[in-house]
Design a binder for this molecule. Sequence first.
Ligand code: GLP
Length: 243
Amino acid sequence: MKFIKCKDINELSLLAANNFKEVLTQKANPVLGMATGSSPIQTYQNLIKMHNNKEISFKNTKTFNLDEYVGLQPKYVFNSYKDFMDKNLFDFVDINKNNIHFPISWNQEVDINKTDYSLYDEQINKESGLDLLILGLGNNGHIGFNEPGSLLNSKTRLVPLTKNTITANSRFFDSIDDVPRYAVSMGIDTILKAKKIILIVVGDSKKEALNVLKQATAFDINWPCTALVNHKDVTVYFIDDNK
Ligand code: GLP
């Protein structure tokens, strides 16, 4: 795992966007894994700029998002990860909307007893896997919505969100009671199958998780991000706050 210290969010977001540029310009049919959250917003803004400057095109690109909420009230459609991606990237680039994939639709009726969504993994495999996957980091070390306790061999599945995550994400809702209790997320195994992974770490609340990751030599089930030590092409971008 490579750790790259950045001086600020601008530098981090440019370096992250350059990873996309490399794949988008080198591969004929790129397959991208996409993350939501506040961390990648500027990275996606850079991609829009690069697209406007005709440096990159998404014409032949397929995307697979990491996760989506389950049971989101319709009034919070703007908090769906589908909406986030449209507003922060997809509406501004030349991607074919048929090539955009989510593990479920945000407004899909879901039986919470059905947890297996590994068809999504099969769909990704059929496209010969993800060429590049961008990840953010949860305060508790989650990646996607793989909360502590997630298994290394986990596939795409329905997951209950932890109290920590519900509290962290309540900033986007009128009340904490409105935050969905479930999501469908790529599993850790799904994530580790990506050919190249970039993890962007933004925010003071990630400090503990980042330190655990820096020191990790093996997977620790209490810190899902440590699964990344088992992957051969991971770059972690973080901001140096000792300036
Ligand atoms: C959310 C998402 C993650 C994201 C993380 C951090 O719960 N499911 O994919 O990486 O939390 O979010 P943020 O970038 O807003 O700090």
